[in-house]
Write a protein that binds this ligand. Structure first.
Ligand code: ARG
Length: 886
């Protein structure tokens, strides 16, 4: 807390040879003009060795003295003047500033640590001119009363001097002096305009009007009286150059510890009410204070007894690191461990009554100044506040950036200890805080919020202000794959994930060697048949590839379903919406809760009846009694059909009239999409995830281009619409790419033409048969790390059985995904095709949307097919969201 001292009436008075006139206190530093008293009082006692005369007599005091001198002679005039003046003059404050300044051209020696030494006095005297000049040449000259040098310490580049200055000034000037930064008080060499620059690292603070502080400085509280004489009369002991510390009220000890030394502080049977220890360590180190015993400070008696530690060599309120008013008698363990931010610390003990017995024992040591923060890339570890479990130092900022070693992982943080200075204000942490991923913490955390999950990279920022510190925080972090899996990667025994290409590459990457364990001589994606032959994994579904029919083992150990032609299917291939057996037996008799009474492969008519025919919708034959299977069939037609994607070819104009290019003003084509009605597009959710720099989720940033083939030539013939809104699937998971689907509403309907047509959205019962050739289209790059295509590309890809695909991708293919491609490699979608269509031609010569380009490892690599969002899993969601418009 920062409070102004009590104010008294102050006389700032201009006196000329012609009499005197009231002088209002100057406004603003630039206007401040020293005012001269007629006969400035001289005060020889103020030339004490480490005390510095402030240049001119303070105006506030001199007026009173001047008046006193004149009174016997001019009682009436004076009485009137005094009364008038009293009524008109601004109130006056007496206050102290305390500060430190470093002189690079001077050096510290151990003698300077002892304020009774000869060297101390010499150095203090030598520095007198500094403060005289400082204030003499400043606009504050009339208000400076005097200054004193209290201590020296080793600076980073020279000698650091700790001093105080007393002022007496009208309130408005007082305020200005107190709040000015040290730099504003520029020192000019006397008689010239040259600014002295021999000092650095200046700090200056307002000192609370506190009896304790003044006693510790060897001053008397009566110093707050603007009349300088009064304190001399009442307390002649208060300022005795170099002696005060052994004088009246306070006892002072100066201690220095080299690195490796412990120096003891103890207080036994104190006889004085104030004690202080000025602790110093070499520059580049900080002071660690270990309090061993502390008796005599009783809880609740903070005004009467207190032990305080300051991060400065003056007892300044805003530099208190910790204060104890009372603690239980300690046992064997240390009561407290504190750290300073620099190489000094002041420890003070004050109490009102004389006490007997040992009441305080501590030691201190120099510890090298530790840096904090940094960039961490690790699987697990811990982060704590500096010097934990010692109290963290005041005045520091530490920033850590935590990165998981492999992409796709999350970071789990467990907060073990959280002991940061509580913030009194309810809205946020203003003093000390720990910011994790943009959220500031400063109060103890409840058990339930001790564990948190973040994405990588994660930034942690610890901040401590100038005063009051605590134990700090200690937390553990761990990188983990989402849902315990390794998205698109191989999972080692210790649950670390490694890139798939490291599997079976002859080098053990997992600590348990699991990545090389089941390789035999076969490459990834191949199976080792019983006769020790390697066969492509996809062939496990076709019969007699392995002469001994042992490939069932490669299908997962057992056959969940065997097609009539003896093809073995795993459980995940049955009832997954993809027909694997030629007779569809793997997709019959599947029960789905949401199609009551109908099997998964049967189509549900609008009247609720089901038809057993596979994919009856829009096939030109009326299968439902109500004809609903042939309604909503204005789709999937290519009116103009007479027509890379990697390994694909240029498409002829109008061959894919549902293909949409999604563009952003500043970046051009970013993703593909598919037109499914005159208002709605389907795309991939991952196209709309914000990056640090770009807000992809903002619908206003996008434009849809339809009926376009060549990207570069001004989009002729293209219909373009802004996007009204983007509906992301609520379960979209950016780490696994599950539920990678988004609906985009156009700002206005688009008109269908030969070049612009919607594709058919399959019924949820629709099945796309493994091995069917379908087409993927887009303007994506023509090879990994290549450039976007300027002409729309098309590529024929085959639907791949999910369990085969899952083996190639280490179970990263969820039931919402569909694989398509060519296991030999060479044909695939790639970057920039995302969100675009995978379409299959069905009976009735209509094209249906089977998939949305979602992901793949690289592009067109062998055994790394393209992975698509399986649209049939979202038919109901699409119909719901578009209110039946699709
Ligand atoms: N995610 C990519 C995109 O944003 C599409 C990747 C498709 N990759 C593949 N190999 N099929 O454009």
């Amino acid at each position: 807390m920062w409070t102004l001292p009590k104010s008294k009436t102050c006389e700032v008075y201009c006196v000329s040879g012609h009499g005197h006139s009231g002088c209002t206190a100057a406004q603003g530093e630039g206007n401040l003009k020293p005012t001269h008293s007629l006969s400035p009082p001289t005060k020889p006692e103020e030339q004490a060795e480490e005390k510095v005369e402030g240049g001119k007599a303070p105006v506030c005091d001199s007026w009173t003295r001047w008046m006193l001198g004149l009174l016997p002679f001019f009682p009436f005039i004076a009485a009137i003047a005094l009364t008038l003046h009293y009524l008109t003059s601004p109130p006056c404050s007496v206050f102290f500033l305390g500060g430190s300044v470093e002189f690079p051209n001077l050096s510290f020696s151990s003698e300077l640590a002892d304020s009774t030494s000869h060297q101390f006095r010499l150095q203090a005297q030598a520095l007198n001119h500094y403060f005289s000049d400082l204030y003499k040449s400043s606009p504050w000259s009339p208000y400076h009363v005097r200054s004193g040098i209290t201590a020296f310490s080793e600076g980073a580049e020279g000698l650091t001097v700790f001093y105080w200055s007393k002022f007496s000034a009208p309130d408005n000037v007082a305020m200005e002096i107190q709040t000015s930064s040290p730099e504003r008080l520029q020192r000019r060499l006397p008689g010239s305009n040259k600014i002295q620059r021999e000092s650095r690292n200046e700090q200056r603070y307002f000192m609370q009007q506190d009896d304790d502080i003044l006693h510790l400085l060897g001053l008397d509280p009566d110093d707050f009286d603007p009349d300088e004489r009064s304190d001399k009369i009442k307390n002649p002991n208060s300022i005795q150059g170099g002696k005060w510390q052994l004088g009246f009220q306070a006892m002072s000890f100066d201690l220095y510890a080299k690195y490796g030394n412990n120096r003891t502080l103890s207080l036994v049977s104190p006889k004085k009410p104030y004690y202080q220890w000025r602790l110093r360590v070499p520059s580049g180190h900080v002071v660690r204070l270990v309090v061993l015993t502390l008796h005599g400070a009783t809880p609740g008696s903070c005004t009467a007894h207190k032990l305080s530690a300051y991060d400065f060599l003056l007892p300044l309120q805003n530099k208190i690191i910790a204060r104890w008013c009372g603690l239980p008698i300690s046992g064997s363990s240390p009561v407290m461990k504190l750290t300073s931010s620099g190489n000094v610390m002041l420890v003070t003990f004050s109490f009102s009554r004389q006490r007997d017995g040992a009441i305080f024992k501590a030691y201190f040591q120099a510890i090298p100044k530790a840096g904090c923060g940094g960039s961490i890339s690790s699987w697990n570890g811990s982060i704590s506040s500096p010097y934990y479990p010692s109290y963290y130092p005041p005045n520091i900022d530490c920033i850590w950036t935590l990165r998981v070693p492999l992409p796709g992982y999350l970071i789990s943080i467990t907060i073990v200890t959280m002991d940061i200075q509580d913030s009194p204000s309810s809205d946020g942490c203003e003093k000390d805080w720990l910011d994790i991923g943009g959220v500031k913490l400063c109060n103890p955390v409840s058990d339930s919020s001790k564990k948190r999950v973040y994405s990588s990279p994660l930034t942690l920022h610890f901040h401590s202000d100038e005063s009051l510190t605590n134990k700090g925080f200690y937390l553990l972090y761990r990188a983990f794959p989402p849902e315990g899996t390794c998205p698109r990667q191989f999972r080692c025994g210790d649950s670390r994930c490694i890139p798939l290409k490291k599997v079976c590459d002859g080098v053990k990457d997992c600590s348990d060697g699991r990545d090389e364990a089941k390789c035999s001589s076969c490459r990834p994606g191949e199976l080792l048949c019983g006769n020790n032959q390697c066969k492509p994994q996809s062939q496990c579904v076709s019969q007699s590839i392995c002469a001994d029919s042992s490939e069932e083992g490669g299908c997962g150990g057992k056959c969940y379903h065997v097609c009539p032609n003896k093809v073995c299917l795993s459980k995940s291939s049955v009832c997954d919406g993809v027909i694997d057996c030629k007779d569809r037996s793997d997709e019959l008799n599947c029960t789905r809760a949401y199609v009551k009474g109908c099997s998964s492969s049967s189509y549900k008519c609008a009247n609720g009846k089901c038809v057993s025919k596979v994919n009856p919708e829009c096939d030109g034959v009326k299968d439902c009694y109500d004809g609903s299977d042939e309604l909503r069939c204005g789709c999937g037609i290519r009116p103009k059909k007479r027509t890379k994607i990697v390994g694909g070819s240029d498409a002829v104009a109008g061959s894919w009239p549902w293909q949409v290019s999604l563009q952003m003003d500043r970046y051009g084509h970013v993703c593909g999409a598919t037109l499914v009605s005159n208002r709605w597009l389907i795309s991939a959710a991952h196209c709309f995830q914000d990056s640090d720099a770009i807000k992809y989720s903002d619908a206003r940033a996008w434009r849809a281009y339809m009926g376009m083939r060549v990207m570069t030539t001004g989009n002729q013939g293209a219909a373009t619409r802004p996007i009204r809104r983007i509906l992301l699937h609520p379960q979209y998971d950016q780490f696994t790419s599950d539920y990678d689907i988004a609906l985009l509403e156009l700002s206005a309907p688009v008109f269908f033409s030969d070049l612009v047509q919607p594709v058919c959205v399959p019924a949820s019962s629709h099945t796309f048969i493994t091995g069917t050739s379908c087409y993927v289209t887009g303007w994506g790059v023509l090879m990994e790390d290549g450039e976007l295509a300027s002409r729309l590309q098309e590529a024929s890809v085959k639907i791949i059985n999910r369990s085969t695909c899952n083996k190639l991708y280490d179970d990263a293919v969820t039931p919402r995904m569909l694989c398509a491609g060519n296991l030999q490699g060479g044909v695939d979608a790639c970057q920039g095709d995302s969100g675009g269509p995978l379409v299959c031609l069905e009976r009735g010569r209509r094209w249906f949307l089977a998939g949305i380009v979602s992901w793949g490892e690289g592009c067109a690599r062998q055994n790394r097919p393209g992975v698509y969002t399986q649209v049939v899993k979202f038919t109901d969601w699409i119909r719901q969201q578009t209110k039946g418009q699709v």
